[in-house]
Design a binder for this molecule. Structure first.
Ligand code: IMP
Length: 503
């Protein structure tokens, strides 16, 4: 006869934080959100930390190269999706690692034979007015010239005029060589009153462009997550089937941390995967595992040697696992339970294994709750899918801009390895949906707002660090009627955007 699980199954929305005393010191500017990413021994520093407690979901519709760069700039980390060939995943990891801060790869490159009309179309589409001209029209082609909006007059010139007739040709351009530092590039820009400096290799192939404004931005990103060689940090998803082939390529490409991407991680498949990594790389390759929803699952993965453990089954916004398979657990209860097990494990062994709360975050305050409940950081899919930097199209749906967002277990992604149970895994049913999420602009702005909200709530709780929040936070379960009381109620809200913009 089945036994009853001795634990609750609540969600984030069923909890609130009861404020504590805040002193004059408790202002957002004094709050640090630095948090461990991988396990460490008592008294030692973790080998890897995050500057903000956010990582992006291992999903096709979320984590590509642009997400990797944009999130590292803000102090978080993207996990490049594993649902692609090992070679193309490694190429994405390498692209993030090779991305030189301030050296931009052009997305508006021209060939000399293009027309002014095409230039104008491209400008309208990308919003960029500085366009390099290369022999093959690629962003790594041989540099032949540059077009800026000062080079042509749409009101007077023939729109069929060729780029070669009005571009500034290569011989008149000031360029930087491949080893130029950002600081030196900036000096050249200032000394020559330029807006942009193309950087080329020894064969005159374009390597990137340094823009005056990007240099300024670089200086104003104090949270950037960089490795020892000042490159952006990035993670990569793996599965429990082709690790022997995939992991070496990802390590070679420079991945800072790996994570087993699986819908359910309390399994021998995860043990085998971690053992393989340890046998081949010792502790030099960091690997997170999951997902689990209780203390037993946590202890199993911690004993297997996981560097962090991911929590959550069935809570994701695109997830229908609970509906199709009837497994899972309310995300808040799962996080609380697993974090208790982590603390016990730490007491017993002196090893702290960070916990990541994965899925089910809808409102910004859910993140503060997850942290207060003990999570060290959160993995977010829907949240990041809404920004410019996710790899999906922005589309106009009935007059409102949306971004596409689909689950890894949906028929669209067909990520069967994620649901591997040992056999020839071909799903007979799907566990995720294909959807739209409201477009939310740039990641920088969105994350900036969220971080400020988290810090502000931490001040209400008298906490200046995540650890302090976990010690001081007082959580209360709320009734369904008090949830209604918590929103705008008994009024007619004028701004219909309100319900979207505050999320
Ligand atoms: P979200 O932040 O609520 O959108 O949840 C994202 C998380 O949902 C991911 O990190 C995965 O753990 C999980 N997930 C991704 N795709 C699927 C799916 O198709 N079915 C179930 N869960 C999924």
């Amino acid at each position: 006869m089945a036994t009853f699980f001795e634990g609750e199954s609540h969600t984030f929305s069923e909890y609130l934080l009861v404020p504590g005393y805040s002193s004059a010191e408790n202002i957002p500017a004094n709050v640090s959100l630095k948090t461990p990413l991988v396990k460490f021994r008592r008294g030692e520093e973790p080998a890897l930390s995050l500057n903000i407690p956010m990582v992006s979901a291992i999903m096709q519709s979320v984590s590509g190269v642009d997400m990797g760069v944009a999130l590292a700039i803000e102090g978080g980390l993207a996990f490049i999706y594993g649902n692609q060939t090992p070679e193309s995943e490694a190429a994405m990891v390498k692209a993030v690692k090779d991305h030189k801060a301030g050296f931009v790869e052009s997305d508006s490159t021209l060939t000399p034979d293009m027309t002014m009309e095409q230039v104008m179309e491209l400008k309208a589409r990308t919003g960029h007015s500085t366009m390099p001209v290369t022999d093959d029209g690629s962003s790594r082609g041989k540099l032949l010239g540059i077009v800026t909006s000062r080079d042509y007059r749409p009101s007077r010139d023939d729109h069929q005029k060729k780029v070669r007739e009005f571009m500034t040709p290569r011989e008149k351009l000031i360029v930087g060589d491949k080893d130029i530092t950002l600081k030196k590039a900036n000096d050249v820009i200032w000394d020559n009153k330029l807006n942009a400096l193309p950087v080329v290799d020894e064969n005159d192939h374009l390597m990137g462009i340094v823009f005056r404004k990007d240099y300024d931005q670089h200086k104003s990103n104090p949270n950037e997550l960089l490795d020892a060689n000042k490159r952006y940090m990035v993670g990569a998803g793996i599965n429990t089937r082709d690790y022997a082939e995939r992991v070496p390529l990802l390590v070679e490409a420079g991945a800072d941390v790996l994570c087993i991407d699986s819908s359910e991680g309390f399994s021998e498949w995860q043990k085998r995967t971690i053992e393989w990594v340890r046998a081949n790389y010792g502790d030099s390759v960091k690997i997170g595992a999951g997902n689990v929803v209780d203390g037993d699952g946590f202890r199993f993965l911690a004993d297997c040697g996981a560097d962090f453990v991911k929590v959550g089954i069935g809570g994701g916004s695109i997830c229908i696992t609970r509906e199709t398979k009837g497994i899972g657990r309310g995300q808040a209860s799962a996080v609380i339970d697993v974090c208790r097990a982590r603390d016990k494990y730490y007491e017993e062994t002196g090893v702290y294994v960070p916990v990541c709360s994965d899925g089910g975050i809808v409102y910004d305050y859910h993140m503060t709750l997850a942290l207060a409940m003990g999570a060290d950081f959160m993995m977010l899919g829907r949240y990041f899918a809404r920004f410019d930097e996710s790899p999906t199209e922005r589309v106009n749906v009935n007059g409102q801009y949306m971004k596409e967002y689909w689950g890894e277990g949906s028929a669209r992604a067909r990520n069967w390895q994620r649901y591997d149970q040992g056999g020839a895994s071909k799903l007979g049913f799907v566990e995720g949906v294909d959807s739209y999420v409201p477009y939310a602009g740039s990641l920088k702005e969105g994350v900036g707002q969220t971080i400020y909200k988290i810090k502000s709530t931490m001040c209400n709780c008298g906490a200046k660090t995540i650890k302090e929040l976990q010690e001081k936070a007082r959580l209360t379960l709320v009734s369904s009627t008090s949830i209604v009381e918590g929103g705008a109620h008994d009024v007619v809200v004028k701004d219909s955007q309100h319900s979207v913009s505050y999320r």
